[in-house]
Design a protein around this ligand. Sequence first.
Ligand code: NAP
Length: 312
Amino acid sequence: MTTTRKIIIIGSGPAGYTAAIYAARANLVPLMLTGAQHGGQLMLTTLVENYPGFVEGVQGPELMETMQKQAAHFGTEMIKDDVTAVDFSRRPFVVTAGEQTFESHTVVIATGASSKLLGLPAESKLMGRGISTCATCDGFFFKNQNIMVVGGGDSALEEALFLSHLGRRVDVVHRRDTLRASKIMQERAFKNPKIQFIWNTVVQDILDGERGKVTAVRLENVKTGAREERPVDGLFVAIGHQPNTEIFRGQVELLPNGYIKVRPGSTETSVPGVFAAGDAQDFTYRQAVTAAGTGCMAALEAERYLEATEAR
Ligand code: NAP
C-alpha cells in the first residue's frame, strides 16, 4: 500500500484526461489508472470533426495522445493497468489495479462505455475476422465487398453511410420497421443508392466460425418467421453501448440501465468523495466534448470536497 492520494482517476478517455488536467493544475498530484488500453472510444475512430478547436477535424487517436501529453505535462502520474476492484465503504477509498492497491481521499470514475454485442457465440470467434463494431477502423478491409450493418439508431446509420463509400452494397438489418435514428441521418441513408434496409429482421447466426471468416448470416423475419441465409463479407454491429461500470456495482448506486447515478447537474455519486464523469454516467449526450466537460466538473467537485473535508 502506498501513501494516500488526494485523487485517483479511473479511465483515460476525454473525461479522465480532462479531470487529470484540472486536478494536476490544482496541485492535487493525480494518479490516473488508464486501463491496459488508454484513450477510450476515440482510439477506435478516425476523423473527429465536432471537437471544438480543430477547424478541419482531428484524428481520434491523435486527439487522445495530445490529451495524454497535456495531462502528463502538468504532473499526472499514469499507470497502465485495469482496475479490478474498489472499496468505497472504507475511507480513504481503496482501489486495486493489477498487483497494486492504492488509497485515495477522492476517486473520479471515468471508465466510459463499450459497444454492445448481439450475444451470438459466433461473435467472439469472428470478431476482427469479418465482424467489427467500428466502421471507421475496419471498413477499409471490405472495399467493394458486401457489408451488413445491424441496428436502427444513429450509430448504425453513421456506420452504413461511412461504409457506403467503401463497400459494393450495404444492407442495414433492423429488428423493427421504423428507425430510432435522427431524421437527418434517416434522410441521408434513404437517399444513398448503396444502402438497403432489411426490416423486422434479426441476425440468428453468423457463418463461418469453422473457416475463421465471415461468409454469410442467417436472418429471421420476426413478423413472418421467414428465414434466409445471406452471403456477406463483413458484419458491423452498431446496436448501442453499455457503460463500463460492473466493478462499481454494490459500491456506488447504478441506474437500472447500468449507468452510474449522479446528482443532476453534478458528477457526485451516491458516495461522497466519489465522482463520475463521461460515458459511464451519461447515456444522453455521449460526446467527447460533453465527456471532457463532466471530467472538468468532477475535478472541480473533488477539489471542493477535499477542501471541505480538510484533506486538501
Ligand atoms: P441507440 O440509439 O440506442 O440505438 C440502438 C439501435 O440498435 C436501436 O435501433 C435498437 O433497436 C438496436 N438494437 C439494440 N439492441 C439490439 C439487439 N440486441 N439486436 C438488434 N438490434 C438491437 O444507440 P446508438 O445508435 O449507438 O446511439 C446512441 C446515442 O448516440 C443516441 O443519442 C444517438 O443520437 C447518438 N449518436 C449520434 C450520432 C450522430 O449524430 N452522428 C452518431 C452516433 C450516435 P430498437 O430501435 O428496436 O430499440
